[in-house]
Write a protein that binds this ligand. Structure first.
Ligand SMILES: [Cu+2]
Length: 418
């Protein structure tokens, strides 16, 4: 089929080329020059301009109707605002598009060249200048102010009772963290990130100790290697330099960890090193309650990713070292959306919208919007960062010998699905 279309295309081009040749031949027989254009030619071109205008407009209207509705229904409060901002922009662009193109084609039609017709000439008109400066100026200002208001609705300060959720990106997946009952996130730092044991870089005394021990071990073995090489030099200078540089960096990393200060959360007054014990860390899906404001805090482990939730009209870059955020209020639960779409398999998604590496396509998790009580029930079932039994030694099921063990060192086992 494709070959057939290609063949038709090629034949059409050959036919046009041949027709042009025939035209040139007849012209030379009639002894007219190519640049001599007859009034009839001009009239024909003018009429064709009008025909082309109608075809062009019909095509545009068809494309609008066929593809204009390209977004799924907005499922958040600001999503509806983003959509109306978008619609207003599209409407304005469309109106201007039709006016400008109508004038372009109509003038070509109306004012085609005739020998006896003279063009009116005027050099300047203040009123005209005023109109084409003020109208676009005011329109642009309106779009910008409206856009800023919409943007602020997403990025302004969250209300005091907003639910906070940390969304953490890494090559290649998402980790979602909820503060536990104490409503305070435990602090986290890149210095303590360990892809297998502490992907979020959670700060606890145990994690600090573990990391410092691991660095000490590396320093020790590196020093031994350097000493051995000093006795019996086998390394090239460049390699020795790189090993010394590595030693320097390890000591610097260790110092930075030792310099960490135990901070207190300004609102709750809790130690941020301890507050994380009841944080819930999940990497398979994210739940949010419907009708409640949710504030997202984004962090990234490695490169810039982009957290994109198309149904909520929400997207924010996640940048290593620079936490970003936005807030939103979901308005339609997953179940309601499934009903509306008549699709029982439908799920909201959070996906990466920045080409971030080989498995970028794989960075996607489900987002489940549900009633607040279902949300709370789900959250309650999730494991805490440090198992509760280990926090309360008096608990009857507690084995007191494991008090200091971090139970969830590997992010792979954190999730517990419904
Ligand atoms: Cu990514």
């Amino acid at each position: 089929m494709k070959l057939l279309i290609l063949l038709v295309g090629v034949l059409a081009i050959i036919a046009i080329a041949q027709l042009t040749k025939v035209y040139e031949l007849t012209r030379s027989m009639r002894k007219t020059r190519e640049e001599d254009i007859s009034p009839a030619d001009n009239k024909l071109q003018a009429n064709l301009m009008l025909v082309w205008m109608f075809l062009f407009f019909a095509g545009v209207i068809y494309l609008y109707s066929a593809y204009g509705d390209y977004l799924p229904e907005a499922a958040s409060v600001h999503g509806a605002q983003v959509d109306s901002l978008m619609s207003i922009n599209i409407w304005m662009i469309t109106i201007v598009f039709f006016i400008v193109n109508f004038l372009l084609f109509y003038f070509s039609y109306k004012y085609y060249f005739r020998k006896d017709r003279k063009a009116r000439f005027f050099a300047h008109d203040n009123r005209l200048e005023m109109i084409w400066t003020l109208v676009p100026g005011v329109t642009m200002a309106f779009i910008i102010v409206y856009g800023l208001i919409t943007w602020n609705n997403m990025t302004g300060p969250a209300s005091a009772d907003a639910i906070q959720i940390e969304v953490y990106s890494k090559q290649f997946g998402w980790i979602v963290r909820y503060p536990g009952d104490n409503k305070t996130f435990g602090s986290a730092t890149y210095n303590l990130i360990d892809p297998s044991t502490n992907p979020l870089g959670m700060v606890t005394r145990e994690n600090i100790q573990e990391k410092v021990d691991a660095i000490d071990e590396q320093i020790e073995s590196l020093k031994k290697e350097i000493e051995a090489n000093a006795k019996l030099p086998i390394w090239p200078d460049s390699y020795l330099e790189s090993q010394q540089e590595k030693l320097y960096r390890l000591s610097r990393d260790k110092q930075r960890i030792l310099d960490l200060n135990e901070t207190k959360n300004p609102t709750t007054g809790l130690s941020e090193w301890e507050a994380g014990a009841d944080d819930k860390i999940i990497n398979t899906e994210m739940h949010v309650p419907v009708g409640k404001e949710v504030e997202f805090i984004f962090r990234s482990q490695d490169v810039i990713h982009s957290a994109y939730m198309p149904h909520f009209r929400a997207q924010m870059n996640t940048v290593p070292g620079v936490p970003t955020r936005f807030k939103m209020t979901p308005t339609i639960t997953t179940a309601e959306m499934r009903n509306k779409l008549g699709n029982d398999e439908f799920d909201y998604i959070l996906l990466c919208n920045k080409v971030c590496g080989v498995s970028h396509y794989n960075m996607k998790i489900k987002v489940i919007v549900e009633d607040e009580k279902d949300y709370i029930a789900w959250l309650e079932k999730q494991k805490t960062y440090v198992a509760p039994a280990e926090k309360e030694e008096s608990s009857p099921t507690t084995d007191s010998t494991t008090v200091t063990t971090i139970v969830v060192p590997n992010n792979k086992v954190v999730a517990e699905n419904k």
